[in-house]
Design a protein around this ligand. Sequence first.
Ligand SMILES: Nc1ncnc2c1ncn2[C@@H]1O[C@H](COP(=O)(O)OP(=O)(O)OP(=O)(O)O)[C@@H](O)[C@H]1O
Length: 638
Amino acid sequence: MAPTLLIQARAGAAKTTTLALRLAEAWSRGAAPADCLVLTATEAACDAFREALVAVGMPGEAVQRFRIETFENFAATILLGLEDGAKVPRRLGPEELRETVWQAVRQVAEQEDERWPEDIEYPSEGDSVFVAEFLDNMLWLKGTLKLQLDAPEGALTPDDALEMGQRYMTLRTLRAYERLRAGGHPDRPAFRGPFDATYDLARRLLLDREDGIATPAPGWPARLRVLLVDEMHDMNEAMYQVLLHLLAGRSTFFTGVGDADQVIHAAAGADAAFMDCRIDRDTRRSTEFLPLSASFRFGPTLARAAARFIDKRLDAGGETATKLTVASYTDETDCAAQLLDALKAGRKAAPRNAAGLAVLLRHDHHSIAIENALVHGGIAYRTRGLESYLLRPEVLLVRCLLAIATRDFASLEGRDTLSRLVLAFMLFCGTRFDEDPERPEAGQAVLMAEALRDFAGNAENLPLFLQNHVLRKAEPGVARRLRAALAVVAGAADGESVFDRFLDALDMPWFIAQALVRPERRAGALRHLAGLRALAAHYPDTRSFFGHLNETAVRQAGMKRSGAITLASAAAVKGLEFREVFLPFLEQGEFPYEQGRKADEANLFYVAITRARQSLRLFVHAVRPSEFVAQAGLKLPD
Ligand SMILES: Nc1ncnc2c1ncn2[C@@H]1O[C@H](COP(=O)(O)OP(=O)(O)OP(=O)(O)O)[C@@H](O)[C@H]1O
């Protein structure tokens, strides 16, 4: 039987490169792309793998022929084959899943033969903290495959819940939720949420195994010779079951690589333990372990800081010398200004390689100050793992109302912007398009696409959209707030600054509390609006502020085409590397985030600092420095 090789190595220790070399070697010996498969936990890791293939010399055209995908996409493709090609709708946002959660809660309440009614704690109607916690717990329960969802209804007890560290109510709700998700169709569910494809496939494979049925599903790699898994530390039980099934082929060479300190999906059940002996036991393949502790990415200074941070050995294996700088800042504006200067210097040093510069953020809302500084400083940027703050729904809603009130539609012309705008109204104002009785199958997505055709290249139709689709059907509370906000701007005298009054009349915190589920996202939305308010204070009147927003949006859209630096969320760059990395806003409470899980926060910080090749620059709050900075043995400048 072909062997298994598991490489457990530190950041930058050539894990992805080793996998890329393995694939390139198999290809040069004639392995067909169809007989090879590369799986990872995230899209960023897929990109990093493709880049590594090019770096080891594989032509781009050959790279395209290999199947390099996330477990979730792989599972979705296999399920598509098993479900006769019928596409199951995806519902990825918590806001799209909320109604099903409440339906499930109601079903639990209606269950008359409940054996442990005293163990059920019902949430109060509309409690979004309950929904957010339920969704988190569901992700973990599904990722770990802890819950026997096929066990008979009465078999689930409060003791089971206790054993899993869960509330009994959560398990009951999950059972009901999954029944709703099954949707009554015998062959496929009504929808899939985040990671549901992996979960559904894993369960199917497990059930088939119990029934002794072999499942050569269409799309399943029939003669797998080379199987490679990158970022294996982010593997959970559901992914592991898919992996075991792939390893059933006796002639499959398998290599998995990972780093226990880079686990950032523990909330979804990720566990570095899958890189240990279990695979040996479960597959009975001969398994070789290869620990690597030298990083080729960065030099000794950064290696020492990273080693100290994780309290493990980490050596610098290559010739690179990495410069490590710590700067302190007093407030957001100061941080953004210092960052801008540092980016300008970085760009000047290597004018042709702006793409080698990356600013990594813990929170999306930090991008407001930075994006404003970048646009003013004329530095082109592209985003990764986050969207420009001007395109976030709560900001778009404000921009749209200002556009209508001032009849200035210049920055909302793009089709992408318009469709995001319509989605923002659907999210915050409950906007729905009238169903067409002639076409009952046309869902909201189709109707929205049709409505957008009316706007394409003509944002001046926005007042009609607001009137006909939003206000006409809105709840009284929604309509009253929208009208009040419009009236404030309409009644403003020339040169008057009414943005504060406009925002107060709109009462966005009310919309945010109604519409958004996750506390972190709600807090972020409020911060985006506070950021807009702070920005507006720099302008003499509302019209010039809005003019600035428009100009920023137009310039930002234009910038994407030219050589640009990367502005990314730290979580979205796992597996990637940059010549110079900038980490702003290292403030206690922000990073580590006070409401985050400490271990996840620490792993994310480790991921972020280890992306740098030649330079890492940390911007640390002068009064409330992030504890991570001291943990890495670094000091603030005097
Ligand atoms: N033998 C080597 N000599 C010099 N440089 C190398 C060697 N192997 C890999 N590198 C370089 O080291 C860097 C890090 O490699 P790679 O991305 O494969 O590490 P990794 O272990 O996957 O990192 P991470 O887990 O942090 O994403 C890359 O720039 C790669 O080109």
